[in-house]
Design a protein around this ligand. Structure first.
Ligand code: MN
Length: 257
């Protein structure tokens, strides 16, 4: 079989050290192409740029900088810039964790979602202690990526990997934890006396139930959480589907007699 193409992106920008560490770690697995935002795009979520042109700069061999979001980069990579379809998309290594409910805001995880939606097995990798070396996280990304290349992933499923600081005690497969929303919005006055607001100011609080990604990383393990992109809640569809008849009945009485 020919050498697999691997598309690498991130949300911290094309010159972020975490991206360089990831590209280096994946080089033995195939031909690595980097397509990444030209500046930091953390917490942009799954945004796509549809209302202005995207520009691509070649910043090195198989390295491209894009004035867009992580999801733009994955689109451009898979649908245009790469010479063939990649066998794998890996996003990261993010400078900071992407745990629990925070995955919905994450540009790093959204890039892996985009790869998954385009039919390519995808992995997001984040380092919880970004002031530390990316070496251990890169090693974990490498072995998870290698296994994914060999086995593939279930349909519509991506892997969200979070690595603690220091030397991980091992790898745990986990479910997503949940944020506890306690903090209030901060309301202050600016120097001109105008009110401003600041959201997400305090440290996040998490539920402390077992088997979550948050607990694994707190305990010093790397967490691997499979995420599924069919967001349909099938139990709820079954139960709330019973609303259908009565909602339709409410639609009807307008008829003239
Ligand atoms: Mn980031």
């Amino acid at each position: 079989m020919s050498t697999p193409l691997v598309l690498v992106t991130n949300d911290d920008g094309v010159f972020a050290p975490g991206l360089a560490a990831l590209a280096l770690a994946l080089a033995p697995l195939g031909d690595v192409y980097v397509v990444a935002p030209d500046r930091e795009q953390s917490t942009v979520g799954h945004a796509l740029t549809l209302h202005r042109p995207l520009r691509v700069d070649r910043v090195g061999e198989r390295r491209f900088s894009v004035n867009g979001t992580p999801s733009d980069c994955v689109n451009l990579g898979i649908l245009g810039l790469l010479p063939a379809e990649p066998r794998l998309v890996v996003s990261g290594i993010n400078h900071g964790s992407n745990l629990g409910d925070d995955v919905t805001y994450s540009g790093t995880v959204s890039a892996a979602m985009e790869g998954t939606l385009l039919g390519v097995p995808s992995i997001a990798v984040s380092l919880a202690a970004p002031e530390q070396s990316f070496e251990e996280a890169a090693r974990i990304a490498q072995i998870v990526a290698m296994r994914t290349l060999v086995e593939g992933l279930p349909s519509k499923t991506l892997l969200n990997v979070n690595v603690p600081g220091g030397r991980p005690k091992g790898i745990r497969f986990t479910r997503l934890g949940h944020r506890v929303y306690k903090e209030k919005v901060v309301e202050e006055k600016d120097p001109r006396g105008k009110t401003y607001y600041w959201i997400g100011a305090g440290p996040p609080l998490w539920d402390n139930r077992e088997a979550t990604d948050i607990i694994a990383v707190q305990d010093g393990y790397a967490s691997v959480t499979p995420l599924h992109l069919d967001l349909t809640h099938y139990d709820a569809l079954q139960r709330l589907g019973q609303w259908e008849a009565s909602l339709n009945a409410q639609l009807r009485p307008r008829r003239q007699r």
